[in-house]
Design a protein around this ligand. Structure first.
Ligand SMILES: *Cc1c(COP(=O)(O)O)cnc(C)c1O
Length: 479
């Protein structure tokens, strides 16, 4: 029996087509103009190799030998997969507004358009159109940043982690920087304040305790070599109970008395008062600056709702020093970043516009009532599209839960939402979730809530996404 099986396997392997024959199949002719001969040969080889592995792993299972057409068609599929980018759009039905794994902030229509326009033409990135001479890359966003934040000057780098490094390198290299033990944070697994300090050649001086740090802790730690007080916004955690930090104005006073610069890494850059829109208060850039903080840095793609960038604003004398730091050349933003950032910032000139046009702010400020109504309409539409048989297996309804701001913004804050909930008599909710993720051209990210499949419509961006989600669900719930 074993011998017979082995003989058969050898026979199957022997009957596999030659790679050259697959490559030369006339079915591939229409593709020869688009794909190089090398790429076609590579795809053909991979298809034949996959079939070979499939035969070798047969353990007495039945096998149907494939014809030439099969190999040619598989090769075409493979070619299409080979030129498909790995980075692609996804539908976020998980309700985390700023999801680092899903690319954080989504750009507004105007910002997306600006990126597109700047990408496909030459620009005045470093050209002063008035004089026709060399201009400054930073000039495009500095004006709007100072206008919106009230800072004297601004400079932008690649991301906020880079901003922290740059500021520390410039202001605390070979000097002492004092930080409260309550602010020695790690963000996103790899960004740790003590490590960044080391990389910047700053000597970190920790003061106070995890929950309480007093003004006298800072005062006692000051030496001749102290150049900086570093304040770090606790973006992704919250300490509750007995906590204490020094009064901001007293701390500024102490610093400035000793010629010490106060730098605050704010994390998420908020430019509007979110409380006015029913959200918890988040410290704004203007608040930090008006308390007297000398230099503030924040991310472009968290609550600000623009693109990945590290924005540094503050006193002119300090920003000028940072602008001259050699590291800046290595950390500078590209033109697409600047296009997205400038256009997004311009929306903030009109706060109502910022809230309605910048997706991050629009999604976060959707009310529970609005979401509840949307969930109900969605449930009704989905049910109406399913067969009796499907409806017998799947129970579709909605229930209140919460969305998250995510991306290290507004920690532990639940934003009320209404989830669309699908439960299955087959207990295959996880399979449904995986099918939505893998089986469609646009991957759909959902979540499991109390063992059921849950969709949070808060993070759907437009009607096309809603329709796509409905149709895909109709497909996976087919019985
Ligand atoms: C997110 C965050 C950073 C890192 O910002 P990136 O833009 O992701 O590089 C640094 N500090 C704080 C406090 C943050 O919240």
């Amino acid at each position: 029996m074993a011998v017979c099986m082995e003989n058969q396997m050898t026979q199957y392997l022997r009957n596999l087509p030659r790679i050259d024959d697959v490559r030369d199949n006339t079915l591939l002719d229409p593709y020869r103009a688009r794909y190089s001969a090398d790429l076609i040969a590579r795809a053909a080889r991979e298809v034949v190799e996959e079939e070979r592995s499939c035969i070798l792993s047969l353990e007495g299972d039945s096998y149907t030998p494939k014809n030439e057409e099969y190999f040619a068609r598989k090769t075409i599929e493979k070619l299409e997969a080979l030129i498909k980018p790995s980075l692609m759009s996804c539908i976020n039905a998980a309700g985390v507004v700023i999801h680092t794994n899903m690319g954080r902030a989504v750009l507004s229509e105007r910002a997306s358009q600006a990126v597109y326009e700047i990408a496909r033409s030459y620009s005045n990135l470093e050209l002063d159109l008035q004089s026709g001479k060399r201009g400054l890359r930073h000039s495009h966003v500095e004006g709007i940043l100072t206008e919106l934040t009230g800072a004297e000057a601004a400079v932008v780098v690649n991301n906020n982690a880079a901003a922290v490094m740059l500021v520390l390198s410039e202001l605390a290299q070979n000097k002492e920087a004092i930080i409260s033990r309550g602010e020695l944070i790690e963000i996103g697994g790899s960004f740790r304040i003590p490590e960044i300090m080391r990389l910047s050649n700053a000597t970190m001086v920790e003061v106070g305790t995890t929950n309480k740090t007093h003004l006298f802790d800072y005062e006692r730690a000051i030496t001749e070599n102290t150049s900086l007080f570093l304040k770090v916004h606790p973006s992704n955690f919250r300490i509750l109970g007995f906590t204490e930090t020094p009064d901001a104005r007293e701390l500024m006073h102490l610093a400035h008395e000793h010629n010490i610069v106060v730098y605050e890494d704010l994390g998420s850059g908020v430019l509007v008062n979110l409380e006015a829109y029913g959200l918890p208060h988040e410290r704004t850039v203007n608040e930090a600056l008006s308390e007297g903080v000398d230099v503030v840095s924040f991310s472009g793609d968290k609550l600000l709702g623009a693109t990945q960038a590290g924005i540094i604003v503050g006193k002119k004398a300090i920003i000028d020093r940072i602008k001259k730091n050699q590291l800046l050349r290595a950390l500078r933003p590209d033109k697409l970043t600047l296009a997205a950032l400038e256009t997004t910032l311009l929306e903030y000139r009109n706060e109502a516009r910022a809230i309605s046009e910048i997706p991050t702010l629009r999604l976060l400020t959707k009310s529970y009532e609005e979401l509840k109504q949307q969930a109900q309409v969605f449930v009704d539409e989905l049910k109406a599209s399913l067969s009796e048989k499907s409806l017998d297996i799947y129970e579709i309804g909605s229930e209140p839960d919460s969305s998250r701001a995510g991306g290290g913004s507004m920690p532990a804050i639940d934003i009320p939402t209404e989830l669309v909930i699908i439960s299955s008599k087959l207990n295959n909710e996880v399979d449904l979730k995986n099918s939505l993720l893998h089986d469609f051209d646009i991957p759909i990210i959902t979540r499991i809530h109390k063992d059921k499949l849950a969709l949070d419509l808060r993070t759907l961006l437009h009607e096309e996404e809603r329709t796509y989600l409905l149709n895909s669900l109709k497909e996976v719930l087919k019985a």
